[in-house]
Design a protein around this ligand. Structure first.
Ligand code: PAF
Length: 283
């Protein structure tokens, strides 16, 4: 597994791939890779001739009280997994090369970045879109792959790429789940046994929303209330939000009449987890 640390070297590798008419796929990550990331890399492998995985714990998407310092880092394990999943190289830049001192240029998708998770994590999505724009500029991928677990991020990145005319296709792939339904996340590793077992309630709540809709309950205030009751039955889980929104605008829906995104964010112990599912009244 090739590990590329320099921006110039990464650019050169991608330029060569394009010159050879290769399709270039990028999977942007912060490392601590799990099966969710691997599904993205495997799909990128199927659809491209050159597959790059960026591993960069992006400081500017973490708030001052968040887990930037303790975010899990394990390049050796990540490199092994990337190799097994079929990546050609890891792009592993250091913080100083990505953000020189006095860095002052940011990309922000207004309207979508300060609601839901953005309201609770001010500046988070501005940090995400800035680093993703930089990665797109450096790696110049034809296609970039993101997970549906970070639904708001996916919507924001798509809008950024579209509105800034970035020549990249954004693909969003389904959430990969543990046996009990918990969405794979690098942060699951922070949970103790009790918290890990309580965390199964998140997928149960999302499934409850789907079941209620199947039974023709499409009033979102009822769905959200029932979900909250279920989640609150686990003492270690503290709800940050539960909502049903339009999948593109992320604005709240009062009734589900077609497709809708059911989203939640909670804290379990000190660990913040998010999850979502898409539902469809007409399915
Ligand atoms: O989803 C993530 O891991 C990060 O937000 C991303 C897209 C790699 C940007 O740092």
């Amino acid at each position: 597994m090739k590990i590329i640390r320099g921006i110039k070297e990464m650019r050169e590798l991608s330029r060569k791939a394009h010159e050879e008419k290769k399709r270039v796929g990028l999977v942007p990550t912060m490392g601590a890779l799990h099966k969710g990331h691997l599904s993205l890399i495997q799909r990128a492998r199927k659809e491209n001739d050159a597959v790059f995985v960026s591993v960069f714990v992006n400081p500017i998407q973490f708030g001052p009280k968040e887990d930037y310092r303790r975010y899990p880092r394990n390049l050796k394990a990540d490199a092994r997994l990337c190799g097994q999943a079929g990546a050609d190289a890891i792009f592993f830049p250091d913080e100083r090369s990505m953000y020189s001192s006095g860095h002052g240029t940011h990309v922000c998708v207004e309207g979508l970045s300060d609601i839901l998770c953005g309201k609770l994590r001010p500046g988070h999505f501005k940090g995400v879109t800035t680093v993703v724009a930089k990665l797109f500029n450096i790696v110049d991928p034809d296609t970039a792959y993101f997970g549906q677990k970070d639904a708001q991020q996916a919507v924001i990145v798509k809008k950024m790429a579209g509105e800034l005319n970035m020549p990249v296709t954004i693909k969003v792939l389904p959430t990969v789940r543990e046996k009990d339904g918990l969405a794979m996340s690098s942060r699951n590793a922070y949970l103790n046994d009790r918290e890990r077992s309580d965390a199964a309630v998140l997928f149960q709540a999302l499934t409850l929303a789907k079941d209620l809709l199947k039974r023709r309950f499409n009033d979102t205030s009822l769905i959200v209330r029932k979900m909250k009751e279920l989640i609150n039955s686990k003492r270690s889980v503290k709800i940050q939000y539960v909502c049903v929104v339009d999948p593109r605008s992320l604005r709240p829906l009062h009734k589900i009449t077609g497709k809708a995104l059911v989203m939640l964010a909670v804290k379990i112990g000190g660990v913040r987890l998010i999850d979502n599912i898409m539902v469809n009244r007409n399915a």
